[in-house]
Design a binder for this molecule. Sequence first.
Ligand SMILES: NC(=O)c1ccc[n+]([C@@H]2O[C@H](COP(=O)([O-])OP(=O)(O)OC[C@H]3O[C@@H](n4cnc5c(N)ncnc54)[C@H](OP(=O)(O)O)[C@@H]3O)[C@@H](O)[C@H]2O)c1
Length: 221
Amino acid sequence: MKVAILGPGRMSSAMAGHWARSGHEVLIAGRTPDKVAALVDRLGPPARSVDFGEAVAEADVVLIGARGEGVAWTIEQAGAESFDRKVVIDISGPISRPHYVGDGPSLAEDLQRLIPGAHVVKGFALNRACTWDMEKISFDGHPLSIPLAGDDEGAKTAVSELVRSMGCTPIDFGGLERSRNLEAFAAVLVRLLLEGHDQYEVFNLLVRVPHWEDAGAAQRA
Ligand SMILES: NC(=O)c1ccc[n+]([C@@H]2O[C@H](COP(=O)([O-])OP(=O)(O)OC[C@H]3O[C@@H](n4cnc5c(N)ncnc54)[C@H](OP(=O)(O)O)[C@@H]3O)[C@@H](O)[C@H]2O)c1
């Protein structure tokens, strides 16, 4: 697949490393040429520096790597219509009260409104950037599960393939409206991390347990 990274930030650069290593072509566009060049150098030949318009035009999947305040500017560089029918990954973390409580609209829904012809998929925002620095992304021996929310099944299939390329397990979490739940969940995780719990401890929340009906039956027995 061809994956465009719009804004080589902490998150997107680490994620792009997995995709380049697993053979995807990575197209990088950003506002700071030195940062783009440094990432292209680090990733090697599967990566290329392109402008925003080329990145979107060529890509099968576009990752918006810019921070919240730069998203509208980033979209403008390529033109909103250029995103028509493109799969677009939104990784943005919650920034204000409606996102913390899941009382929409979510950041992913806001992005979808900016690029109405695109197929936006929300994912990856439950994890800190350092997660993607891990060579093998697993906790307690289990690959990390990554819930994805989006309205287009084909788009979720494409992003699921990228998740598997990272050695992780995709979970179809439903339509884009469910991104409200993902952003609220991200707020819980961020708060735990900021309060001093380490990442390993926080993600122990996700360790496999018996199905709740089985667990209930075991308790009653
Ligand atoms: N960091 C995390 O652990 C984490 C975890 C979960 C979700 N997220 C989400 O991931 C997204 C990216 O976060 P990050 O930590 O990777 O960000 P970052 O490293 O600070 O930078 C991301 C990119 O945003 C660009 N940018 C910043 N301000 C801009 C502006 N005003 N106009 C245009 N571009 C601008 C930067 O451009 P330059 O190249 O010019 O610097 C850079 O390419 C955010 O939405 C964040 O909420 C982050």
